[in-house]
Design a protein around this ligand. Structure first.
Ligand code: BDR
Ligand code: CA
Length: 314
């Protein structure tokens, strides 16, 4: 079976790192490249984190630096309270040798999609600035995208404000561009990612494997769980970003409902909200497939299997 081709656009970030880990060694996915955006920290830091993860896991995947700031908003939000000063506090890495490619992340997305046969899925696990900029610079890419799978948004409660989730509020204009593009969009929001809480038992289970991925998982989650407890009071942090990859590996892990989704880019209180028309009040044609439930056991099995790939030298 042909592997499904993906571009991973991310802002590592503890959970982004695990998304990279899962995507890079899956026998079902071909990770064409990683583009990086400002989000959990400044882009210089998130690129460094992506390179560190690739170097540590010995992944031969190109990493491209993308946008440093949102499309329109002046203010760059970061999530130092959750991900620390570096954007990925916790693990200690060897001196960094791997370098980012010269090409800009947005140009990488454009060139890769233009040169494709319409068989590439774009996964975003950070603010959607790079993808939206690529769509505005070169609208021809839109028809080339097989599917956009994003971690972001929620039809219930946000995590930055009661209304908004981090990846969307950081650059709501970018999300608006993507959601109005006409692409097939699968939204993996907090509604499901908050169900995969990485409790200490899970950290222990994953840590039982004796390989580099398991060690990285444990080091990342120890820090992540501590900050999630401080900020939200949870004993285990939600492993948001890898849900996108788990879904591509086994779509049956998610229950999906089609909805019309509009990004709030105007109001003050609810700026960045993904207004998902769950009950189809508006009568508008759905423009998104929104995850409404997750098979939690299946998800952790996928993560465990993903870590196992690193013991198999393949
Ligand atoms: C999202 O925000 C980031 O902090 C995480 O990496 C994830 O992509 C969750 O709201
Ligand atoms: Ca992220």
């Amino acid at each position: 079976m042909d592997k499904r081709k993906i571009i991973l656009d991310c802002d590592p970030g503890h959970d982004d790192a695990i998304a990279i880990m899962l995507a890079a060694k899956s026998g079902l996915l071909e990770l064409l490249g990683i583009s990086v955006v400002a989000g959990n920290q400044t882009v210089e830091k998130t690129v460094r984190n992506a390179l560190n993860v690739c170097q540590y896991l010995k992944l031969d995947v190109p990493v491209y630096q993308g946008c440093k700031q949102p499309m329109i908003r002046e203010k760059q939000m970061v999530a130092g309270d959750i991900h620390g000063e570096s954007g990925m506090d916790g693990p200690v890495f060897e001196p960094l040798v791997k370098t980012a490619e010269k090409k800009h992340g947005v140009q990488f997305i454009i060139d890769t999609l233009l040169g494709s046969e319409g068989d590439i899925t774009v996964v975003t696990t950070g603010p959607m600035t790079n993808l939206a900029m690529a769509m505005r610079l070169c609208p021809e890419i839109i028809s080339k995208i097989e599917e956009v799978v994003l971690m972001g948004g929620c039809y219930q409660l946000g995590n930055v404000t009661p209304a908004a989730e981090f990846n969307i509020i950081v650059d709501a204009d970018a999300a608006h561009v993507v959601f109005t593009s006409g692409c097939k969009i699968t939204m993996v929001g907090l509604d499901v990612t908050r169900k995969v809480l990485c409790y200490p038992e899970i950290v222990e289970r994953m840590g039982k494997q004796d390989n580099a991925a398991a060690r990285l998982f444990v080091d990342l989650m120890k820090f992540f769980n501590k900050s999630q407890k401080e900020v939200y009071g949870w004993e285990g942090g939600p492993l948001h970003d890898p849900v996108t990859i788990a879904y591509l590996i086994d779509p049956s892990v998610l229950t999906i409902k089609e909805m019309y989704t509009e990004i709030d880019i105007r109001s003050e209180q609810s700026y960045g909200r993904t207004n998902c028309d769950f009950f189809h009040y508006s009568g508008k044609e759905p423009n998104s497939r929104v995850a409404v439930d997750i098979d939690v056991e299946k998800f952790w099995d996928i993560i465990e299997d993903g870590i196992r790939q690193y013991s198999q030298g393949g």
